[in-house]
Design a protein around this ligand. Sequence first.
Ligand code: FMN
Length: 524
Amino acid sequence: MSQILDTLQAIPWWGWLLIILVLVSIRDIFFQRSHTISHNFPIVGHLRYWLESIGPEMRQYFVANNREELPFNRIERGWIYASAKKENNYEGFGTDRDIYAHQHIFVKNQMMAYKVPEGHINAIDKTFVPCAKVMGAYNNRRKPFRPKSIINVSAMSFGSLSAAAIEAMNKGVAKSGAYHNTGEGGLSSYHKQGGDVIFHFGTGYFGVRTPDGNFSMEKMKRLVEENPSIKAIEIKLSQGAKPGKGGVLPGAKITQELADIRGVEVGKDVLSPATHKAFNNIAELLQLIEDIAEETGLPVGIKGAIGKLDQWEELADLMEKTGKGPDFITVDGGEGGTGAAPPSFADHVSLPWVYGFSSLYKVFLKRKLTDRIVFIGSGKLGFPAKAAMAFAMGVDCINVAREAMMSIGCIQAQVCHTNRCPAGVATQNKWLQKGIDIPLKSDRLAQYFMTFRKEFLEITHASGYEHPCQYTMDDIQLNVDDNDLSRSLASAYGYNKTKVPFENMQKLYDCIYLGGKHCENTKE
Ligand SMILES: Cc1cc2nc3c(=O)[nH]c(=O)nc-3n(C[C@H](O)[C@H](O)[C@H](O)COP(=O)(O)O)c2cc1C
């Protein structure tokens, strides 16, 4: 024995290296059949797989130029990071964008900008920009809700995001007066940190589910009664990244806690069905909206990605006929994000936001229904100039998902579907989540929202307006093509939005339904 040990000890370090390489070569050639390259080129073949795996990081850090990457390029990410940290988010020497490029937009400035009068609410708070419409006002719901912020956290469930991320976001919206959409996974304790909540459910009915997987009105009522932070309810029909696909939560992310909240099994993929059990046609959807609103008193809306319009036309016809309908509609763009989706869905199914929203808005415009609905947009709109375009097209609020994730530290590693998110944002791994300092990250989200609103307001003032709701389709110009160099949105998309009733900012500030105040001001 001691002789064997002596022989092993006598082998120099390079001898060990040689032995390892020989063993790997034997394994590559004789014992593995799954990788042809390693078989045909033992040892060196491994380099290919390793280089391929670090390729995205290498390109992101060293190769890609500032405006090259998708979904969000370095300049966009940098703007969010700097805004969230209240650092210098300016750029020097002028734009690095090709401002003659196809689809580039221009916000038209006024000859003389809007001057904020002394004593004006925005002279005191430069970040105060609430929604100009009240959810549930037209339909006379018992608990109308005016979102206090025009930028809010979009649907992302506890499950696709970590507990630490959800908690940081909820605390962040509380600090910045925004609302937090729960996403499909139900209402967890991490959503109850003081922020206004929009409770969202999809085909899985997580949190409001009967044992056989249908919608439970009893649970819905109880949830709302027990949680006054819920200000509105959103029924998800589809989302831009995977319309008609149903939710996918990979088994790797299903911990005991998650399984308990959702009523599912640990470690098993959770696939929400593609379609709803609670309704089978538009009339039944409309009835469900009315029933939920009646039972809970809250405004009820729907979220969808836009493709074919015939069923939306049917909804609008029914709204016209019955005088009822959703209090808000969230329109998601095909460029929207997700925790996990097949690439063919994410890349090709449903229209990009501008095409989807403009088509849908026209459906309601044609029937003079637009003033009955609060329109919410989502799909990479978390940048002030993009938001100006969206407001000009008719939105009243925007929701942001990935921009909110970045504000709390997401580095766009694009591994939300693997449970290996290095930033601890989209994972259930306890060690990775520990990296999130919740108080700090909640400040960052709040600061991003406040910086966004301040800059958006500055752009609004530059255009001569007091509130972004005053933007019209003629205020934004769009590069089209060589013959027709640049057109207004009104001419490119063929409509003008309905004028949003607006007197002044002070009126919005004094509104009894503003943000979290509405619970003290119900009509019950
Ligand atoms: C991690 C993650 C999870 C999401 N989960 C949901 C969800 O549960 N329900 C839903 O309707 N949309 C979900 N979305 C879509 C977002 O709410 C949003 O509509 C979309 O990402 C567009 O916004 P963005 O461009 O600001 O990210 C999710 C997006 C991400 C990135």
